[in-house]
Design a protein around this ligand. Sequence first.
Ligand SMILES: *[C@@H]1O[C@H](CO)[C@@H](O)[C@H](O)[C@H]1NC(C)=O
Ligand SMILES: *[C@@H]1O[C@H](CO)[C@@H](O)[C@H](O)[C@H]1NC(C)=O
Ligand SMILES: *[C@@H]1O[C@H](CO)[C@@H](O)[C@H](O)[C@H]1NC(C)=O
Ligand SMILES: *[C@@H]1O[C@H](CO)[C@@H](O)[C@H](O)[C@H]1NC(C)=O
Ligand SMILES: *[C@@H]1O[C@H](CO)[C@@H](O)[C@H](O)[C@H]1NC(C)=O
Ligand SMILES: *[C@@H]1O[C@H](CO)[C@@H](O)[C@H](O)[C@H]1NC(C)=O
Ligand SMILES: *[C@@H]1O[C@H](CO)[C@@H](O)[C@H](O)[C@H]1NC(C)=O
Length: 447
Amino acid sequence: MAARTNSNRSFKIFAVTAIVAITGCASQTIQITPNEEEPVREERSKYGVTCHGPNLSEFQWRGPAGIISQSPQFRVHSQKLPMQRNQTGLLLVFETVKQEDVGGYFCTATGMDGRGHSISITLTVTKILEFDTPVEQTTNEYTDYTIKCRVKGTSNPTFMWSYNGLTLKEETENGKYSVVKGGLIVRNVTHLDSGKYTCRAFETTNKSSVSGSTVIELKVKHKPVFLSYMEGDPVDLYVFQSDSVNLTCQNSAEPAANMTWSFNGKFFINPADHYIVTFNRPEKLGSYTCAAANNLGKITRRFNLIEGFKPKTPKGLSAARVGDNYIELQVDPNDKEDELIGYRVEYVTRVVEPSGNTFESFDMMNFNTTEGPFALVNLKPNTEYITKILARNRAGNSEYTEPIVVRTSPEIVNSGAVAALSGGFLLGQLLTVIAGAGAGALFAARL
Ligand SMILES: *[C@@H]1O[C@H](CO)[C@@H](O)[C@H](O)[C@H]1NC(C)=O
Ligand SMILES: *[C@@H]1O[C@H](CO)[C@@H](O)[C@H](O)[C@H]1NC(C)=O
Ligand SMILES: *[C@@H]1O[C@H](CO)[C@@H](O)[C@H](O)[C@H]1NC(C)=O
Ligand SMILES: *[C@@H]1O[C@H](CO)[C@@H](O)[C@H](O)[C@H]1NC(C)=O
Ligand SMILES: *[C@@H]1O[C@H](CO)[C@@H](O)[C@H](O)[C@H]1NC(C)=O
Ligand SMILES: *[C@@H]1O[C@H](CO)[C@@H](O)[C@H](O)[C@H]1NC(C)=O
Ligand SMILES: *[C@@H]1O[C@H](CO)[C@@H](O)[C@H](O)[C@H]1NC(C)=O
């Protein structure tokens, strides 16, 4: 066992297979592991073969160019390999297989009786396919383009392409792509087709499959296009005192676009596709313009930088109607100058799983209207919801109100029943007003 441990440590890859083989056929005199007399190996791969036998000594490997050195500085060398059961062996190593290594290799050893033993292998080296193709190819938009991919030499391989997770084989024939000898046809190329395409080539011979791959970058000439859509021309951007805002003009263009920027009609230098403005002085507010241009065209985007103001926190949050699966909330209208665009409601409930575990289920709903009531739907019957609301304008959000607790009605109640708040309760099952202390009236629900 000691020998095994030792050999495992020194020759991890080869010794393990060797031991398996030895126990299998210990009676033979000299053998090789792996037991392949005509190994076929790919160029640039690593290859090792061990020659071993019981009670043998004076091992030696000899190749087409003579005796193989045991000195590890050679790319092809041999090294002694201690083994169990009185076996000894000599490992032949090709650190990286080259074309010139093809040929016969002989291992010789001497037995205890002085007799010579030998065994041989014939190594075949297969080529990795090499490509004769530009790794960057450029075309124009709205034409069909064949991305070229050719293999060096006289071989006649099969091609396969991949792009964006899509695999295209030789039979592939759809409206957009066709795999043909020498390339991939991409029809009606647009800038969205630009990117990295992988071309794989395979050639199957009697003994092995030879393959190779190369990555080709397709560049599609196009005029600049903004990467993100922004509503409005100019785009209204709100910024609070001492906050920053990122004016983004990120774009796709081939060749890359030149950026020009101006503020209130005056050009300023900024080669980047974005510009960060910090609102620390009133003079920073105003009209910013960016332009992205290449030889195919130019696009511009205008921003209107406006001082932001928070809307006031809404008041008078209450439940207008409650059903077994919905709650309708209402608030007092905000002042006109808050320029509201809507509200946001957050509602939380405690969920009890069948296992008895409880957790808080959190939901949020945006309303794009300032007109109430604001309905929360698909709720559970007879369940408490802790709800709060904030007001939204173009600049941002107000603070949330204090939460109110609202309980949905039990399922047995006809959900058509209207939960009027008039008296504070209906059928004894609906809302009971507990407190209405000042702003943000607090409601709690009880059965
Ligand atoms: C190796 O030599 C030893 C000692 O001479 C002997 O006992 C053993 O049988 C030999 N093993 C084989 C496989 O010949
Ligand atoms: C190895 O060989 C020695 C003698 O050379 C012998 O005493 C020993 O038993 C052998 N061990 C095995 C496992 O064959
Ligand atoms: C090519 O694509 C563009 C945009 O996707 C489209 O407008 C045009 O009609 C297409 N041309 C052909 C020949 O299919
Ligand atoms: C492959 O096999 C065919 C017959 O099956 C033979 O004619 C040909 O020479 C073989 N090629 C190689 C490279 O061994
Ligand atoms: C500003 O936006 C651009 C994209 O347009 C981004 O690359 C950049 O990191 C952003 N800068 C900051 C500080 O957020
Ligand atoms: C972009 O800028 C470079 C360097 O300033 C200039 O040589 C080139 O002509 C410009 N291209 C366009 C389309 O304006
Ligand atoms: C509110 O508007 C946003 C975008 O403008 C949209 O994503 C959202 O679905 C709208 N919400 C409702 C409740 O209509």
